[in-house]
Design a protein around this ligand. Structure first.
Ligand code: DX5
Ligand code: ZN
Length: 221
């Protein structure tokens, strides 16, 4: 049997003027909603401030996976956990005290995850393996949806999977995940998949979530 597969659609490329409707299209078939928080400092794009994000988290019918692409994230990450995120992801590049912040997130009952940009290697962060619930290996440069999947990140995914070993830690990939790229990501060791444009640009977003799950589950690679 293969790994348990989770599909976490990103609403970054959904229609922000009618988010409730957009989320309703996929909530019954998705494991989490992936919420991309960008501050125009850590990345050259802005999505939500804390107030707007909190109201999405509170209203969302399924658990929210908050991916924080913001500078000096230590304090606000804990607030995102307190606001009801099921999982909070901090970037290694943006966090001053990674251990304390992971601990703070968990103290509010949320899962705590550590994300790495494409240029950041896992070898520098191996010591956190016993403190995280999930690693996120970015497969695009964070900031925008609709970019091309970086297959050269698969080596990092494989090495992270090896580091995880038998620990119950999830391994997420984010960026350019589609029916074409999900199989190589599964084969490299990922089990949790963010998909933004693949889902929200599809004619039938729910059907696309199902198709991605099916492709990941039955991958023969
Ligand atoms: C990029 C975000 C991703 C993005 C994924 O910075 O973290 O979650 O929305 O979008 P696609 O699937 O279109 O690459
Ligand atoms: Zn993301």
């Amino acid at each position: 049997m293969g790994p348990h597969i989770r599909i976490t659609p990103s609403i970054l490329n959904a229609d922000f003027s009618q988010l409730d409707t957009e989320i309703a299209k996929i909530s019954s078939v998705s494991d989490f909603i992936h919420l991309d928080v960008m501050d125009n400092v850590f990345v050259p794009n802005f999505t939500f401030d804390f107030e707007a994000a909190s109201s999405i988290i509170k209203k969302c019918p399924i658990p929210v996976d908050s991916h924080l692409m913001v500078a000096s994230v230590d304090q606000i990450a804990i607030a995102y956990a307190e606001a009801g995120s099921a999982s909070v992801t901090i970037h290694a590049e943006a966090t001053r005290n990674i251990s304390a912040t992971l601990k703070g997130i968990k103290s509010h009952g949320a899962r705590a995850a550590l994300a790495l940009k494409p240029a950041t290697d896992i070898s520098d962060y191996e010591d956190f393996v016993d403190q995280v619930d999930m690693f996120l290996i970015m497969t695009v440069e964070p900031g925008f949806g609709g970019q091309k999947f970086m297959s050269e990140m698969m080596d990092k995914v494989t090495r992270t999977r090896k580091l995880i070993g038998s620990r119950p830690i999830w391994l997420q990939v984010d960026g350019g995940i589609s029916l074409e790229t999900i199989e190589i990501a599964v084969a490299s060791g990922a089990d949790t998949f963010v998909a933004g444009s693949a889902v929200f640009k599809a004619d039938d977003p729910a059907q696309m979530v199902n198709a991605l799950r099916e492709r990941a589950t039955t991958s023969k690679l």
